[in-house]
Design a protein around this ligand. Sequence first.
Ligand code: ZN
Ligand code: ZN
Ligand code: ZN
Ligand code: ZN
Length: 163
Amino acid sequence: MASNILICGTCYRRSKTIEAVKYCTDCEDGFCSECLDFHENMKVATSHHVIDIKVVDEITFNISKFCKVHSDMVLEYFCSDHDALCCRSCMANDHRSCDKIIPIEVAAKDVKSSIMYEEVITDVCTLGTAVSELGDKKKKSVSTLGDSKVNYQQEVQYLQKSL
Ligand SMILES: [Zn+2]
Ligand SMILES: [Zn+2]
Ligand SMILES: [Zn+2]
Ligand SMILES: [Zn+2]
């Protein structure tokens, strides 16, 4: 199965398709390194939960994995301070002072609603087909025009001869 690639939403709106390196659950958007830089410098974004794209994959495709440290605990949260998935025990021990913790479910739901690369490719393909169809039609109408021109000339010649 080809996995969907998350793309930079900001660039996409500027008609550029660039793979995202991080995902912000607050903006509900993917960010390329350039746009991420801009995002991190925004005042409002200081409280945003930014997830590494590698973790995004884990979140969207491997929900309900068990914690490596606490094998009987399911990973339920993501800490964007540590860029790590964690279970309830981890959260109580290692992430007590972290304030950027979000439930995986919430993150996954957000990610799935954002723009994925495959969708974009489909868009581009549809667009491509439409464009080539348009080209065909143009060619056809041009050649029809050409034909009638020839006919017209022949007709004129015929008329001239018969006169
Ligand atoms: Zn954000
Ligand atoms: Zn970008
Ligand atoms: Zn744990
Ligand atoms: Zn943490």
